[in-house]
Design a protein around this ligand. Structure first.
Ligand code: BF8
Ligand code: SF4
Length: 645
């Protein structure tokens, strides 16, 4: 492999530097490096070998200049101008790039929103008595959300839940034509959307229309395509994802601050280990319950285990961490390595971000790989189909089979190369406001006084293109050192936890102002707000702060960053963040550089209409500098004291 840095440039456009994989260290995390070594010793392939085998990745695809939407193609456009400049249908670079990006947004919005749909269906099943084991847990939240949807307040809880579920189902279709949660935003934001024609109508509506408009021969105006992509993303952020978060809280409880642990050391050599992986808490919550069953615990002891140990991975891990304090084994790039510990009796998955290679790896050990969603089947998995009716029994079956499987473990192959790191979790908006005495006022006062400069959501994935967790932790350390509060979700949250940034003592790394705030509230400088659908908690907080200050969201000293993103969902999240007024910095270059028009709309053009835009900056220290400058500019705009702008 070439050791020099390649440079892909579109004439007259933007440049992106791509480092060959051989130069990129795998991870900053010792547990990842140790298990990667074990994988090599055992001759097992992981994501990094497959990444290397794909090099060099296709330059056309990296620039967004390839298309396989129809069977006249596939087509490519030559970025250097020597070869074809149009696809067979006549699509130019702008159309091709815009269509490809728009389809990424549609894919991401569909994933989150279909997750939300499963929660709505389960809420309805609970209300109608068809979901044994499930219940309404946060009745106060049910009251609040039902009120937002105009459900009569006097109804008894189950009836209210039924009405709410039916009202939410309408949001997926075309019956209402607007999404209820957008009313949380200042009117000025909604007016901006109205002016651009991007107010989200129905969740499935926007996603389907996006797919329609990117069919050959439909929407061939790149800007018009991008606007619909924003509308689709907003249907995710203020629709499907927000519904997923709010209903998960109603069904399983709204998170409250709690202590837990992180890294691969949360696996226990002397216990039955079960990993909960994926995104949706519906099945995993039932596993959490079954793992407390005295009969199953007794059986585990009979087989020589000291207990039943549940741990999380990725966003299902975040869901059960936030609500139940279940420790977190790792983020996206740890999923294969977790099996390579040889200590896992069962891994249970639902959907999204689950590597299709897991079945092969599980088969190299005694691990049972359970898939649970009829929407997501995997090679070499044991499938147990979840429905609201079967969830409770399914949870018990998983635990029972995992316990029996302990007898098949080969202790000689077990390697758990780390001690767990402490972390604090559970910072829902409700919990943050409660810590502040019930109102955002103290937070705003700290911002006005300059003690806190602002707040940034550091979110998103791991990506083998980036040294694992380097982007997240480097950026976050820079931000907290400058008195910027960090809110995290998803795999970024796991990165921060493993790096020890999620304990109150980490305030020592913060600037004097943030340190004082953390000490007075006994909180870490990095607050865990949940899984990726829970980015909507950050949205809701931003909206509440804007309302409290009487300004639009884009006037706030806030920003977002996804330093190591990989997924279509991340594209949807970043898009709804920008459309919601939040400046967003991506650490991995999206496949848009093949179109100057699209690139300029995203990096500049959106600002005049939405007050926010994207930036792309792979170097986390430079990304921090961009964000710090942005926050100080916003402070100045609000008439607050600003540093160095
Ligand atoms: O939804 S952060 S790698 S696990 S996509 Fe996936 Fe990315 Fe992780 Fe969570 Ni979000
Ligand atoms: Fe080629 Fe156009 Fe078909 Fe795409 S839609 S594959 S550019 S002919």
């Amino acid at each position: 492999m070439a050791s020099d840095t390649r440079k892909a440039v579109r004439p007259g456009g933007y440049a992106v530097e791509q480092k060959p994989s051989s130069e990129t260290p795998v991870s900053i995390q010792p547990d990842t490096l140790a298990l990667k070594q074990k994988a090599e010793e055992e001759g097992l392939e992981t994501i990094w070998e497959r990444f290397a085998a794909q090099q060099p990745e296709c330059g056309f695809c990296q620039l967004g200049l390839s298309c396989r939407i129809c069977a006249m193609g596939p087509c490519r456009i030559d970025p250097f101008g020597d070869g074809p400049q149009r696809g067979i249908c006549g699509a130019d670079a702008d159309i091709m790039v815009a269509r490809n990006l728009a389809r990424m947004v549609a894919g991401g919005a569909a994933a989150h929103s279909d997750h939300g749909r499963d929660l709505v269906e389960t809420l309805l099943a609970v209300a109608e008595g068809h979901a044994p084991g499930y219940q309404l847990t946060d009745l106060a939240k049910l009251d609040r959300i039902a009120a937002e949807y105009g459900v009569a307040p006097e109804l008894p809880p189950l009836t209210k839940a039924r009405e709410l579920a039916l009202a939410m189902m309408e949001e997926y279709g075309i019956k209402k034509g607007h999404l209820t949660f957008t009313k949380r935003l200042p009117a000025t934001r909604l007016e901006k959307w109205q002016a651009l024609g991007i107010t989200p109508r129905g969740i499935d509506w926007e996603i389907a229309e996006m797919m329609h408009r990117t069919h050959m021969g439909v929407d061939n105006d790149p800007v018009n395509l991008l606007l619909q992509a924003l509308r689709t993303a907003l249907a995710d952020g203020w629709g499907g994802s927000m519904i997923a978060t709010e209903l998960s809280d109603i069904l399983f409880g709204t998170p409250q601050p709690a202590a837990s642990q992180a890294n691969i050391g949360v696996l226990k050599a002397d216990q039955v280990n079960i990993i909960l992986h994926g995104h949706n808490p519906l099945v995993s919550e039932m596993v959490v319950r079954a793992a407390q069953d005295p009969e199953l615990l007794q059986r585990a002891r009979e087989l020589g285990a000291q207990g039943i140990n549940l741990v999380g991975l990725c966003c299902t891990g975040n869901e059960v961490l936030m609500r139940k304090g279940i420790p977190m084994a790792g983020n996206h790039l740890v999923q294969e390595l977790a099996l390579i510990t040889g200590a896992v009796e069962a891994i249970l998955v639902d959907y999204q971000c689950i590597l299709p290679s897991l079945g092969d790896l599980a088969a190299c050990y005694h691990t049972i790989f359970f898939s649970t969603s009829p929407k997501a089947k995997f090679p070499k998995a044991t499938h147990l189909a979840f429905t609201p009716e079967t969830g409770e029994a399914l949870g018990r079956e998983v635990v029972a089979r995992a316990v029996e499987n302990y007898a098949r473990r080969n202790p000689e192959r077990v390697f758990i190369p780390a001690s767990p790191v402490q972390q604090f979790t559970g910072f829902s908006v409700e919990a943050i406001l409660a810590a502040l005495g019930g109102t955002p006022e103290p937070l705003l006062e700290a911002i006005k006084a300059g003690q806190l400069r602002g707040a940034v959501g550091v979110v998103g994935c791991n990506n083998p293109k980036v040294t694992q967790d380097f982007g997240h932790t480097t950026l976050t350390r820079e931000l907290i050192a400058r008195d910027i509060l960090v809110l995290d979700t998803g795999c970024a949250a796991v990165a921060h936890a493993k790096a020890g940034l999620k304990v109150p003592e980490a305030a020592e790394l913060a600037g004097d102002g943030l340190k004082a705030v953390c000490r007075s509230l006994n909180i870490p400088p990095v607050l865990h707000m949940g899984s990726c659908v829970d980015n909507t908690r950050i949205l809701a907080l931003v909206a509440a702060l804007a309302q409290a200050l009487g300004v639009d969201t884009d006037q706030l000293p806030v920003a977002a960053a996804a330093p190591e993103w990989y997924s279509e969902k991340a594209v949807a999240i970043a898009s709804y963040a920008v459309a919601s007024g939040v400046f967003t910095v991506l650490g991995v270059v999206p496949p848009v550089l093949g179109s100057k028009t699209v690139t300029e709309v995203l990096l500049k053009g959106l600002t005049q209409h939405l007050g926010a835009c994207f930036a792309v900056e792979p170097d986390p220290k430079k990304a921090a500098a961009l964000i710090i400058r942005h926050i100080e500019e916003k402070r100045r705009g609000l008439g607050l004291e600003a540093r160095g702008v």
